[in-house]
Design a protein around this ligand. Sequence first.
Ligand code: ZN
Length: 210
Amino acid sequence: MLESIKNIVCVGRNYVQHAQELNNPIPQAPLLFTKPTHSLAEANGRELILPGNRGQIQYEVELVFHIARRYEPGIKVDDLVDQMAIGIDFTLRDVQTELKGKGHPWVLAKGFINSAVLTPWQPFAGLGTLMTIDFSLEKNGQEVQRGNMKNMIFDLPTVVEYTAMHLGLGQGDIIFTGTPAGVGPVLDGDMFTCKLAEQGLGSCIIKLTK
Ligand code: ZN
């Protein structure tokens, strides 16, 4: 499922309460960044190796959408998106804070190997239905994050149009749409389970390198 993915676009600070928990201003336009495809990994119940020697890693659970065809102005999201997954945007938070302070790009904090985790693809539920169901993340069996698409600062049609205008958007691209409040640290041995509408879609167990 990962080999056919082309570009990985992510939206930062797309939920008010998450922007506030990190003391970040609420953006005026979608805050986009990308990850290399080497960052992709499946939440397949197995061990996932993350760097243990570059400061704190934090989890960010997100709705992720798979683009089915080339974007054209006016196309409806329901025609553009064919599949969805729950993803974890693992972030080297200390590295990111340092990079932000220097005004440098975030790629080293956001684009490391195994930093873009995806559950198996699900059929796209449609914008209307998605507003009525929550996504969530469990850490070691306890819920740590819960979100709903209706609380996005920039909704999916806006994110899609903005991405297409500035970066291009086509078949095989995926979009991580931002994380709700509740991000926190990742420790060696933690197990994460991504859920949609209270149903577990995929898990991973973290192994931190020395
Ligand atoms: Zn994120």
